[in-house]
Ligand binder design. Sequence first.
Ligand code: PMP
Length: 404
Amino acid sequence: MDFDSLFNAQLDTLKDEGNYRIFAELERKVGAFPKAKSHDADCPDEVTVWCSNDYLGMGQHPKVVKAMQDAVAACGCGAGGTRNISGTNHQHKLLEAELADLHGKESALLFTSGYVSNWAALSTLGSRLPDAVILSDELNHASMIEGIRHARCQKMIWKHNDPEDLDRKLASLPSNATKIVAFESVYSMDGDICPMQEIVEVAEKHGAMTYLDEVHAVGMYGPRGGGLSEQLGLQDRITLIEGTLGKAFGVVGGYVTGSEALCDFIRSFASGFIFTTALPPAVASAARTSIAHLKTSDVERARQKQQVAKLRMRLDQLGIPHLDNPSHIIPVMIKDPVKCRQLADILMQDYGIYVQPINYPTVPKGTERLRFTPGPLHSDEDIEHLVMALTTLWKQCAIAHAVA
Ligand code: PMP
């Protein structure tokens, strides 16, 4: 049996549709971010990264780097087991305490990624709670969707960021159902923000639990980087806050926070927590250092906001269409997968500007885009170089045609 022909048939379809993913091979260098060495033959040796989720450059912050190095020197590399069987390191417990404090919750639980935390927590809640119904915002991340699928409980999809639709759907459910409202604070592809206050009020009215993904907001919003829920003073009214250590905190890992009983429940029943090797202690130490730093330092957030505003202003001045949103994410809409990839290739090869094209299935067909995430370490010159390159390419009819 020629299995490869089965694989290749589907890969060829992806390629024909312009949706085949090609990864840029980069080498990040301490102290150089957002510049990185490129290992792609067609590209300049050094490129400027414009699409990183290391939103604040914390992955290279001297304190964070040192914390990881020190912890490797002290503890070695791996955790040595699952959390249950020898893998719970003192560093994990310190980090969980730091996370609980960040979100004003009693407890926190670590996972190996944000994806796993969503999948494990939602599947456990939905499958174990009596008569559970998960009400999911229609644009929720794939990790939440997978968790809900795996829960095999009743699910309802409510219109994106629409508390009225949520209200109607909750009202249609029997009073004895355990209702779980799952949503995000900052949606990463459009960069829009949920109406959290209204959603919380609707959920409370119906006695529903709230499950909030703050992956794109932790470290970034709120006076201590506790996310949008902290900024809005709503932490106490959200049942479970989920986040990542891999974006603004610059490391890797995921977590949930909530009451002691909630975290103990997930700890005790979630297979995605129980049956997998714990995060390396050095990762936990670096993440805790990053969180602690961003709790008291606003320098990174303030400078990042400045650079986001500058890029938006220059795009507006030059007539380059981008989605208007209140977040740090700037999507420039191309609306065609092939043009989107072509534009990204030209930016990378001719200008040393790296922005990954965002195509289906990450976004719906016809909404392909370039997603820029300016950070505190992008200089004004970097911004000018980017907008000049985009302006030049915009004038070329191939791209103008795609955007029209
Ligand atoms: N939730 C959302 C909204 C995300 O965008 C992502 C990843 N892009 C995740 C969860 C998963 O987080 P992680 O990268 O830590 O697995």
